[in-house]
Write a protein that binds this ligand. Structure first.
Ligand SMILES: Cc1cc2nc3c(=O)[nH]c(=O)nc-3n(C[C@H](O)[C@H](O)[C@H](O)COP(=O)(O)OP(=O)(O)OC[C@H]3O[C@@H](n4cnc5c(N)ncnc54)[C@H](O)[C@@H]3O)c2cc1C
Length: 425
């Protein structure tokens, strides 16, 4: 056994795993580093699957830059195989690890469906619809790889991550119960209309290729697969422009005069803005680690545009609390919502949280679930409680919508007129 299969935090599976498939009976699967929180049960799931195949998951505490070269030397490894990842820190680690190893480091694709289409001039697309069209035209998607039939056992004496429970299969559940109705239900806050597969995709317990292939040919597949292409877009944007984690895509938004308003930020994060959808999103996040996509868009837009708080504070808050916290998707989502991203919601469109709530949560079931103080209100005013004199235990609106919208538009207009050109790319 002479090939180390280096498991990283985002490829915790045995099916459609290029490095594992390539190494086959030579594979010694290794995970390096601390593992707690959301990662631990996923490592347990992976260790169980590897054990079922006859192997196991070696776990080394410490720094991959020291542990992997040491282990490769001790085992006389001929190669270290791993997935390559998009995030800048992951790429920096790959670049530093390769020369530190006594054998080659081979990186595999597999994080995304493809390396991404390019424009005729060889650049990155800046508009999603054009990217999506090119993706549909050009993408040749390989069938996902089968899990190996069996693997060699782990040599005695190596520390192993203990096998845990197998995690629920969200993909199968969604294909069975949700896909056919996804196009209708996906934006509804009061229904479980989406796949809830984002954390699985983030940790790589299922690959995007497996999701794609499993959905293909079923009613409803195309609308859902389009969302998987948004995920591709986010990753390819970040690969092209790693500084998107710090800077807005639109140059005119550099140095935007965001307000330093800690109290407004806390009210937003704790669900005390007085706008039910915004507050329900905040509480859903704190209680479950998940937020419906539509609620993410409304809440993110509210923080940046209504409260004028730097979207990067919200971005960091989401990263700290989301179960699917993912640098590429989160940064694109926040810049989209704040109006400063690549192919973002135009800055001059400001979501009205009341109308959004009434459209996507018409009976108020979503907001009542997270805000019991609204339970007694009639449906007609559940998204505008102040019109019925308010609800005991629920705050009045932190800002007036029309006033806040006008404030943002005036500020953005003035800033963009004097700032850098609209696009800096
Ligand atoms: C402000 C904001 C922050 C976000 N932060 C994250 C994040 O940290 N991690 C994350 O995975 N997604 C993020 N998203 C995108 C999206 O909200 C989630 O992927 C989606 O809600 C996950 O639920 P689901 O798996 O049921 O999605 P489904 O609707 O079933 O979609 C299937 C999959 O497609 C991908 N996808 C769907 N929508 C998007 C999108 N807009 N951008 C990129 N990929 C998408 C996801 O991988 C998702 O799991 C963010 C969106 C916004 C507006």
């Amino acid at each position: 056994m002479s090939t180390l299969v280096w498991y990283r935090e985002k490829d915790l599976r045995v099916t459609d795993h290029g490095p594992l498939a390539e190494a086959g009976l030579d594979a010694l699967p290794v995970f390096v580093g601390p593992a707690s929180g959301l990662l631990a049960p996923r490592l347990g799931d992976l260790a169980r699957r590897l054990e079922t195949l006859g192997s196991g998951l070696v776990h080394l505490e410490g720094d991959p830059l020291e542990e992997l070269p040491r282990m490769a030397l001790e085992r006389g490894a001929t190669a270290v195989l791993a997935h390559g990842f998009t995030e800048p820190a992951a790429r920096a680690l790959e670049a530093r690890l390769a020369p530190a190893l006594p054998c080659p480091l081979r990186l595999f694709p597999g994080e995304t469906l493809t390396a991404g289409p390019r424009t005729g001039a060889g650049g990155m697309f800046k508009v999603f619809t054009a990217y999506h069209r090119a993706f549909q035209r050009e993408a040749h998607l390989a069938e996902p790889l089968e899990a190996p039939e069996r693997l060699a056992s782990v040599p005695p004496g190596l520390p192993r991550w203990p096998a845990g429970d197998l995690l629920p299969d969200h993909l199968a559940t969604f294909l069975e119960n949700g896909l056919a109705d996804y196009a209708r239900a996906r934006d509804r806050l009061d229904e479980d209309g989406t796949s809830r597969i984002s954390a699985d995709l983030h940790f790589g317990t299922v690959s995007a290729a497996t999701c794609w292939a499993a959905a293909s040919g079923r009613p409803g597949a195309e609308v859902w697969q389009r969302q998987l292409v948004w995920r591709e877009f986010a990753h390819h944007l970040l690969r092209e422009w790693p500084d998107l984690l710090e800077k807005p895509f639109v140059g005119g938004f550099q140095d935007f005069p965001w307000r330093q308003d800690g109290e407004a930020f806390r009210a937003w994060a704790e669900g005390r803005t007085g706008y039910p959808v915004v507050d329900a999103a905040a509480l859903e996040l704190l209680h479950t680690g998940h937020v419906h996509n539509r609620a993410r868009m409304i809440a993110a837009s509210f923080l940046a545009k209504h409260l004028l708080v730097d979207y990067r504070l919200g971005e960091a808050h989401y990263l700290a609390h989301l179960e699917d916290a993912d640098l590429a998707n989160n940064s694109m989502g926040w810049q989209w919502s704040a109006g400063c991203g690549c192919d973002a919601q135009p800055w001059f469109r400001v979501f009205n949280p009341v109308l959004q709530g009434e459209k996507f949560d018409p009976r108020g079931a979503y907001v009542r679930r997270w805000l019991p103080a609204l339970a007694p209100l009639p449906d007609r005013i559940v998204h505008r409680p102040w019109e019925g004199g308010g609800a005991p235990g629920y705050p009045p609106p932190i800002v007036d919508h029309a006033w806040a919208r006008a404030r943002f538009l005036a500020l953005a207009k003035a800033h963009l007129a004097t700032g850098e050109p609209r696009s800096r790319r």
